[in-house]
Design a protein around this ligand. Sequence first.
Ligand code: PHE
Length: 469
Amino acid sequence: MSQQREQWGSRIGFILAAAGSAVGLGNIWKFPYVTGNNGGGAFLLIYLVFAVFIGVTIMLAEFTLGRKTSLAAVGAFKSVGKNFTFIGVIGVLTALMIMGFYPVVGGWATAYIFKSFTGLTSNPEIIGDIFGGFITASVEPLIWTGVFLLANVLIVMKGISGGIEKASKVLMPLLFAILIIISVYGLTLPGAMAGFNFLFVPDFSKVTSNTFLAALGQAFFSLSLGMGCMVTYGSYLKKEENLAQNAMIVTALDTLCALLAGLAMFPALFAFNLEPTAGPGLVFIVVPMIFSNFGAMLGTAFSALFFFALVVAALTSSVSLLEVVAAYFIDQRGMKRPKAVLLVGAIMSVMAVLSSLSLGVMAEFKILGAGVFDFLDLLTDKVFMTIGGVLIAVVVGWFVKKEELRAELTNGGTIKFALFEVWYFLIKFIAPIAIAIVAVMGIMDQPLKELMIAGIVFMAILGIFSRKL
Ligand code: PHE
């Protein structure tokens, strides 16, 4: 069965798509509050080291595997060895689980486009209450989550290259621009330096093995790694593209965006006397507060634009997640695209409803100590993606021949990749060992470690059964 494989029309098309997958709620919603919860500067430093050394290494391994096999995640792993199929399957499951909570936050961002017109006030308590009241309600957030999910389904059904690509070409730079405006403004506020220092001056007394795991999980989540997404994207990449360069550009853009989000949030946060540990509401509280100072008209316009751009950034990420799951049903189960997308969309809707309600009426319902939202969030980035990263590193480093990797990374010897030996050493030895140590030590130190260990046991069982797939 030989298939014509679609390819990215242009280099910039690929970078936009991969960066679009990487840059999303992970950078702008999650990164600031996780940084705040983990003490600031030291966390940031550890995060940067992980993004550069482990992130780029794993991303390059994923691109290489995808392009070499020309297959999406499950098929790519299967073609290295039948025993590795489960890594792709775990990746699909991870994507499904992320989509159990991602659209909920995407829904919040969508709602805030409209709330920008009514809800801007500079009183932190009122803003915090509005946010808290909104996300714990039963009906309103579900409507917005539905809107966000519907947009996903429509985009993935029609193919990604249409409107969303055009929208993201305009709105991604706009998002950057607004973040810069917020940062500059925030830094001029009295008391802002404390926030700047919080972000950039490391305080190592706050570092525990939890901090390391949080930073590693955040790097994987933010760069869309450890679950086959970048394998799938790499499979569409042309043979003459420079893989190493692409991996570095995508990582740099993603990291820059996270840094900018941090710079936009913390100085203003400190200037407003809020706590850096504000949690998942951080961006939804700080941004409206900042813009309330811009006056009614201008503030509303900036705020609405900011959340609109954030929704588009979130969409370019969530469609890549939906695509990973749908591609599995299309490629491996022979389903037609519309049917696969609808099926996957339906499963995601049920999960998203449960996780949204877990913040309100269903707060008492816990699975091994965590509500549905937290369950999905915790298990994906800290467990499934990091362990997925170890597995990918092991497969590429130990089960693909070195010369084949060299040939793939130098496009058959036509381009140079001076760091090949360094990368090979990193992917074969350093990355798997470092990730494994951080994951094991971090998990052992978690309050909810039973939940995480159960997740690992589940992965192992899945591994045994998915050999037949
Ligand atoms: N990287 C995305 C973000 O930061 C989330 C994501 C994870 C997307 C895994 C695809 C795969 O928002």
